[in-house]
Ligand binder design. Structure first.
Ligand code: B12
Ligand code: SF4
Ligand code: SF4
Length: 375
C-alpha cells in the first residue's frame, strides 16, 4: 500500500494521470490471439507502405522475453502532450487555439503546420528519462533489484494493444488509443520489468469496466474527416495515404495527388483526432513542461525559412525535437510542398536556388514542382 502511494505521488508530480499494469503471465494470450493476426493482416495488405522496419522482429512481438529476459509485467503510462486540447470550456478552448505568438504570426507554429506532438522536446528522450526515474524509485521501494527496459515507440512492441489490455482505454476507429475523459492526445510509455509488481502495486487508477465499456458507437467523424481517405475501413489505416506517414516517414517524393494537402501541414497530421468527440474533454491536464513549452525556433521560423535552411540551421532549429524523424531533406521537401500548395509567389525563386542542391530528395522535389508549376 505504501509503495502504491509513493509511486502515485511520483506520477502525480509528473502529470501522469493514467497508469496501468499488463501481466504477461496472465494476459499475453490475448495479444497473441487478437493483435498478432491483426498486425500481420495489416502488413500483408502493404498498409505499412515503406516502413519495412515494422516487418522485422515479429518473434519479439510474439515473445517479449526476447526483449527483456523473464519479463513479467509491463507498467504502462499515458503522458498527455497537447497544450491545444479542445476543452468544453469555451474560454480555455480559445486560449489554446490562439497560440500565444511571441514573435512571428507567419511562423510554422502560429500557422499550425506542425502536429501537436512535436511542439516541445522529443518525447522519446523526455519519456525515457521519466521511465528511468520511476524505475529507480520502484527499485528503492521494493528493495530487491530488478531488470527493466524503458519502451517509448522504440522497439517491436504493440504500445496501443498493451495499453488497451491494461485497461487504459479503447482503440477507436481512427486506430488511436482513446481514454474517455482524456481523449487521445497522449504518448504511451512502457516499463517492461521482471518484477512481480502487480502483486504489490496495482497501478490501475480507475474502474476498469468504466473505460472498457465505452467505444465509438455509431460515430464515423474521423473516417469522414480524413482528407486523403486513408482509412480503408474502420480501425484500418492505410499508411500509403496518410499525411502523417507521407510527411514524416516517407523518404521519397510524394505522389502529386497528395501535394495539395500540404497546404495545411508541414509535419504530421492531427485531423482524425481533432474531430473526435472524445477529444472534447471537460478538463485540461497537467502536461510535462518539456511538452508544454513551445520549442522556440518553431515560433519564429516560416515555411520559407525551412525550404531554404542549410543543415546547420536544421540542427539549430529542429535538433532535440521529434521533427528530426523526417530528417533534413524530408523537412525541406515538405516546406516546398507547402509553398506550392498555397501558391506562394516566392516559390519559383526558391526552386531556382535549390536546383543545384547536393541532396537527391531535394533535387527530385524541385524537379517535380517545376513540372507542376508549369502545368
Ligand atoms: C507505425 C506507426 C505510425 C504509422 C502507422 C499508424 C497506424 N495507425 O498504424 C503512421 C506514421 C501513419 C503513424 C501516425 C501517427 N502516430 Co504513430 N506509431 C506507429 C507505431 C511505431 C507502430 C504502430 C503500429 O504497429 N501500427 C500497425 C497497426 C496494425 O497496429 P496498431 O495501430 O497499434 O493496432 C494494434 C491494435 O489496435 C490491434 N488492432 C488493430 N486493428 C484491429 C482490429 C481488430 C478487429 C482487433 C481485434 C485488433 C486490432 O492490432 C494492432 C496490433 O496490436 C506506434 C508505436 C508502437 N510501437 O506501437 C506509434 C503510435 C501508434 N503513434 C502515435 C502517434 C501519436 C501518431 C500520430 C498522432 C502522429 C501525428 N500527429 O502525426 C499519428 C496518428 C495517425 C493514426 N490515426 O494512427 C502514438 C499513438 C498514441 C495513442 N493515443 O494511440 C503511438 C502509440 C506512439 C506512442 N508510443 O505514443 N504512426
Ligand atoms: S493522420 Fe491525417 S491523413 Fe492520417 S489518417 Fe488521420 S486524418 Fe487521415
Ligand atoms: S471520431 Fe468517432 S469514430 Fe473516430 S475515433 Fe473518435 S469516436 Fe471513434
Amino acid at each position: 500500500m505504501k509503495l502504491k502511494k509513493e509511486i502515485l505521488d511520483l506520477l502525480n508530480q509528473n502529470g501522469i494521470l493514467s497508469a496501468g499494469v499488463f501481466s504477461f503471465e496472465k494476459n499475453h494470450s490475448l495479444i497473441l490471439e487478437k493483435d498478432i493476426p491483426a498486425f500481420q493482416k495489416w502488413l500483408s495488405e502493404n498498409a505499412h507502405a515503406k516502413m519495412t522496419f515494422l516487418e522485422n522482429n515479429i518473434e519479439a512481438r510474439k515473445d517479449p522475453s526476447l526483449i527483456l529476459p523473464n519479463v513479467k509485467n509491463a507498467l504502462i503510462f499515458l503522458f498527455p502532450y497537447a497544450a491545444g486540447h479542445r476543452v468544453r470550456n469555451k474560454k480555455k478552448e480559445n486560449a489554446h487555439n490562439n497560440i500565444q505568438l511571441n514573435h512571428n504570426s507567419e511562423s510554422i507554429l502560429a500557422k499550425k503546420l506542425i502536429s501537436k506532438y512535436v511542439y516541445g522536446k522529443d518525447y522519446h528522450k523526455v519519456l525515457k528519462k521519466q521511465l528511468n526515474l520511476i524505475a529507480t524509485k520502484l527499485q528503492k521501494q521494493i528493495g530487491n533489484p530488478f531488470q527493466f527496459r524503458a519502451v517509448v515507440d522504440s522497439i517491436p512492441f504493440f504500445d496501443r494493444a498493451y495499453a488497451r489490455e491494461a485497461a487504459l482505454g479503447f482503440i477507436g476507429k481512427n486506430t488511436m488509443l482513446i481514454r474517455p475523459g482524456m481523449g487521445s492526445f497522449f504518448f504511451i510509455a512502457t516499463l517492461l520489468t521482471d518484477a512481480s509488481i502487480q502483486d504489490i502495486c496495482d497501478l490501475n487508477l480507475e474502474n476498469k469496466n468504466a473505460i472498457l465499456n465505452l467505444d465509438c458507437g455509431d460515430c464515423t467523424k474521423c473516417l469522414d474527416a480524413c482528407p486523403t481517405q486513408a482509412f480503408k475501413k474502420p480501425y484500418f489505416l492505410d499508411a500509403n495515404r496518410c499525411l502523417s506517414y507521407l510527411s514524416i516517414e516517407h523518404r521519397d517524393i510524394v505522389d502529386n495527388e497528395f501535394i495539395p494537402h500540404f497546404a495545411n501541414t508541414i509535419y504530421g497530421c492531427d485531423i482524425c483526432q481533432e474531430v473526435c468527440p472524445y477529444n472534447l474533454v471537460t478538463s485540461d491536464f497537467k502536461i510535462l513542461k518539456e511538452f508544454s513549452n513551445y520549442h522556440n525556433p518553431f515560433q519564429i521560423i516560416t515555411a520559407k525559412d525551412m525550404a531554404l535552411m542549410d543543415t546547420d540551421q536544421y540542427e539549430k532549429w529542429f535538433g532535440g525535437t521529434a521533427a528530426t524523424r523526417a530528417k533534413y531533406q524530408g523537412l525541406v521537401r515538405n516546406a516546398l510542398y507547402h509553398l506550392h500548395s498555397v501558391s506562394d509567389s516566392s516559390l519559383p525563386a526558391i526552386l531556382d536556388k535549390l536546383c543545384a542542391s547536393e541532396y537527391e530528395l531535394i533535387l527530385k522535389t524541385v524537379m517535380q514542382l517545376r513540372v507542376l508549376q508549369k502545368a
